[in-house]
Design a protein around this ligand. Structure first.
Ligand SMILES: Nc1nc2c(ncn2[C@@H]2O[C@H](COP(=O)(O)OP(=O)(O)OP(=O)(O)O)[C@@H](O)[C@H]2O)c(=O)[nH]1
Length: 332
């Protein structure tokens, strides 16, 4: 064999996994399972969390003793905060304690628009992008895919699909959805899951994502060039431009029943609401979660959130009306 002057570089890169998926599909829930798996296996995950709003509710939810966390709350990493992604990945990769990196993209991130960053040569030495894992809401995907191209693209550009919330659909519906997902992305393996936990287990998910992701680097580059891409133009109903985020200071004490009722009655142009608040007659901070057809207001056990704030995401939001409704729930 000829001794080639071109040597293969031996790199000690840290794997980085990217979680995408529409608002409320279960990315943070899956992230919680991934963190648990890492800790059980003696690994320290480095977390990069991106939220569309100016305040990172998910970051606050995940702040734990000793957890390596970087929050990108400057908008969506596939457009307004795109310049922040590469430095955040490199910074996390050089942290001596971090064994692997998990990036949770905002629910509005278009994976096609992130490929540029994820395949940037600046990352080659530092991280091995272990594949895009897309979380699909088994109950809502059909409806979302009809309304937004983004929900489709989050499936089309994934390396691995986690079909979450299988507890909310019948077996027959799950099978139909699987067929639909294969139609959008015949190559991605599908992992049925409940509460973010794939039936096949976390290890199987990460192993597959890593192997597919590593093998895909070249393909991604190719795909990216074919993609008609311009930041901030996600096409019809998906345009970030027409989506509003409203952040409210919620360091208030509210009547829980009235606030739940308000969340249940939110108009359909509100895609997602979440945050922290105080409720009447309870000294514990509470966390609220809303998406169409789903409302939860529960005690938040982990620690006192540093920011008692709420975020509402949707199209053409009526700020005055939302404020009025929250004010009506305040207890004297
Ligand atoms: N029934 C059911 N609920 C789930 C499941 N997975 C997540 N949830 C709930 O769905 C809500 C949204 O989950 P998240 O993990 O916050 O979703 P997300 O994709 O991170 O949301 P964004 O950050 O807004 O994009 C939470 O209240 C979860 O408890 C599941 O498998 N079944």
């Amino acid at each position: 064999m000829i001794d080639s002057p071109v040597k293969e570089t031996k790199l000690n890169r840290k794997p980085a996994y990217v979680l995408v998926g529409f608002l409320g599909s279960g990315k943070t829930t899956l992230l919680g399972k991934l963190i648990g798996w890492c800790l059980e296996n003696g690994m320290t995950p480095g977390l990069i969390v991106n939220e569309f709003g100016a305040v990172s509710i998910d970051g606050e939810m995940m702040r734990q003793e000793g957890m390596m966390l970087s929050e990108l709350s400057n908008g969506c990493i596939c457009c307004t905060a795109e310049g922040d992604l590469i430095p955040a990945l490199i910074q996390m990769s050089i942290h001596p304690k971090v064994d692997l990196i998990i990036l949770e993209a905002s629910g509005l991130a278009d994976p096609a628009d992130m490929l540029d960053e994820l395949t940037d040569p600046a990352l080659w030495e530092a991280v091995e992008v272990g594949g895009i894992i897309s979380v699909v809401d088994a109950l809502r995907f059909d409806d979302l895919a009809e309304k937004t191209r983004l929900a489709q693209r989050q499936v089309e550009y994934a390396d691995v699909l986690v079909m979450n919330k299988c507890d909310l659909v019948t077996e027959a519906d799950a099978l139909t959805l699987k067929e639909q997902l294969i139609g959008f992305n015949p190559k991605a393996q599908i992992f049925p899951a409940q509460q973010g936990l794939p039936e096949a287990g976390i290890e199987a998910l990460l192993d597959l994502a890593r192997s597919v992701g590593a093998g895909n680097a070249a393909k991604k580059e190719h795909t990216h060039h074919q993609h008609d891409h311009s930041h901030n133009h996600h096409g019809e109903a998906d345009a970030h431009m027409s989506l509003h985020t409203l952040d409210f200071d919620m360091d208030l004490r509210l009547n829980k029943d009235a606030f739940e009722q308000f969340l249940k009655n939110l108009p359909s142009n509100v895609y997602r609401a979440k945050g922290f608040l105080w409720v009447e007659g309870d000294e514990r901070p509470h966390v609220f979660q809303q998406m169409p057809g789903y409302v939860r207001v529960l005690p938040f056990q982990r620690h006192r959130p540093s920011l008692m704030r709420g975020v509402f995401i949707g199209q053409n939001l009526d700020k005055a009306w939302i404020l009025e409704q929250i004010e009506a729930c305040i207890v004297a």
